[in-house]
Design a protein around this ligand. Structure first.
Ligand code: PLP
Length: 500
């Protein structure tokens, strides 16, 4: 299988090249030249497999230039018992007979990004070898919280890689900060940047586009790369868990063979929901996709009107990992919906770049609305959903999952659709303990209590264990205390790599 660019389909590269390069040179994203098909019999056969076997089943259909041994190596290093607190890796929780939470947060950083970032480093280093790249890869990340920690955990101690994460000094939560400054591993570095997320992001972009610096790195046998969600190596592992969830539901007799289910995904960059769409195109029986947003509801409007318009106020919400106005992976979806019309995609993406908006054709809108529904939930509704599910079912959702549940409830009220439904649960409630406890109690309840007290209290209320990786933070020493100015970031990289 080869991969084409969404902005120029004459470009054709292997999976290893697509993963190594991340982004195509003219700015497009890599997509498979065709989607592999999976039969009902094959889906049934997944029922007897472990998560890792299911992952091999899906990944081997896409990464056809990887040998069986290479792929199995990548998978077995990523999804281990040490890293995931459950042997099923991505378990399904039945809320009732028709609503199921696909829990994607049992990995080392307690959020769904682990599902992809635990395997990406291995896919990347394997791709480097396969393409005869001898440089060591240096991953640069600017993070507003979740991605940085998940990337650090994924890349730590992976041979042939180094990783440096920059976070805004006053722009992440106390737990997120502690997660990063206590990071272990012999190839990692973390620094705070004086400024906000945009300052950190711009600083990283400047380093990436500095040709002279790139040359210096190359002379020292280093190549820069990023771990962001446009890399095909991050998207493809996400297809696996939709197949896995379906097989689990079959095993538990919650659905029958071939029965169509709905999927609800709390969405930011459109990566997770796109993976479910690819699963459907491959043959997984999915009826409807429900795209859930918080108050940054650019996707809700797009799906309802066909116009994508990022010119709007940015809201900082209690589901911060979805505070996004440009959903990069939508580009892959548009490429598919237009029948792989690269010129059309290029035009829309140029418009997005210059005017901040574009409108799709009536044909594309029609295809879109046949399959996708959308809605958004503001912070009050999200809090109410957390409390409601806790009171009815004694189950505690995090704020992102609660956005999805709230949007789903509104969808059911509006449509009366009783199709069985999988809701992607994207973070542990412990990771967003403060907002969750405010939802369950009130604002006063949390004032004056530190993060670790809140973890304990949430554990009592939910009857769940505090995830090991969060509990351990309390006693871990801070290793990275550097705070740098936004113009000093390049020097931080040089110091870490010991070049000048
Ligand atoms: C990143 C993230 C999302 C959004 O996922 P996308 O693939 O970017 O749409 C939702 N919830 C959590 C907890 C996340 O970390």
């Amino acid at each position: 299988m080869q991969y084409n660019s969404t902005r120029d389909k004459t470009i054709s590269v292997s999976a290893a090249q697509a993963i190594k390069t991340g982004l195509s040179a003219e700015g497009g994203l890599f997509v498979p030249d065709s989607l592999p098909k999976v039969t009902g019999e094959e889906i049934k056969s997944l029922c007897d497999m472990t998560y890792n076997e299911r992952a091999y089943f899906v990944l081997s259909k896409f990464l056809t230039d990887f040998t069986e041994e290479e792929l199995k190596n990548c998978i077995s290093q990523a999804y281990t018992k040490e890293k995931f607190e459950t042997s099923s890796i991505a378990p399904v929780y039945a809320l009732n007979d028709s609503t199921f939470f696909l829990e994607l947060w049992h990995g080392p950083t307690c959020a769904f990004k682990d599902m992809a970032l635990q395997i990406l480093p291995h896919l990347l280093t394997t791709s480097m070898k396969k393409t005869n790249e001898s440089n060591e890869v240096v991953i640069l990340v600017a993070t507003s919280g979740d991605t940085g920690k998940a990337a650090l955990e994924g890349f730590k101690d992976v041979n042939g890689t180094r990783i440096i994460v920059f976070y805004p000094n006053n722009g992440v939560s106390e737990i997120q900060k502690r997660q990063m400054v206590t990071q272990e591993g012999n190839n990692v570095s973390v620094a705070a940047v004086e400024g906000n997320f945009d300052d950190a992001q711009n600083g990283v972009k400047k380093i990436f586009t500095n040709a002279e610096y790139k040359e210096l790195l190359n002379r020292n046998h280093f190549s820069l790369s990023s771990a962001n969600s446009i890399n095909w190596g991050r998207l493809v592992p996400q297809i696996v868990y939709y197949f896995s969830a379906y097989a689990d539901l079959l095993n538990d007799n919650k659905i029958t063979e071939g029965e169509k289910v709905n999927v609800v995904v709390p969405t930011g960059n459109f990566g997770n929901i796109l993976a479910s769409y690819y699963a459907m195109k491959m043959g997984l029986p999915i009826a409807k996709f429900i795209c859930a947003s918080n108050e940054n509801n650019v996707l809700t409007d797009f799906i309802k009107t066909g116009t994508y318009d990022k010119n709007r106020e940015f809201h900082a919400t209690i589901s911060p990992s979805m505070d996004i106005l440009i959903s990069s992976n939508l580009e892959r979806f548009l490429y598919d919906l237009t029948g792989e019309d690269d010129a059309q995609v290029r035009e829309w993406m140029n418009a997005l770049n210059t005017t901040g908006s574009y409108t799709v054709t009536p044909q594309v809108r029609e295809k879109l609305s046949a399959l996708f529904d959308a809605g958004y939930s503001d912070d009050d509704e999200t809090m109410a959903a957390i409390k409601d599910v806790y009171q009815k079912y004694d189950y505690v959702m995090d704020t992102h999952t609660a956005v999805a549940k709230s949007v789903y409830d509104k969808y059911v009220t509006r449509t009366g659709d009783t199709t069985k439904t999988i809701i992607a649960s994207t973070a542990s409630p412990f990771k967003f303990n403060q907002s969750v406890l405010i939802a369950l109690e009130n604002c006063n309840y949390v004032t004056g209590k530190d993060e670790f007290t809140l973890l304990d209290e949430l554990s009592v209320k939910s009857g769940m264990h505090i995830p090991k990786s969060l509990a351990e933070l309390k006693n871990k020493p801070a290793i990275f205390e550097t705070v740098c100015g936004k113009d000093e970031m390049k020097q931080i990289v040089s110091d870490f790599l010991m070049i000048d």
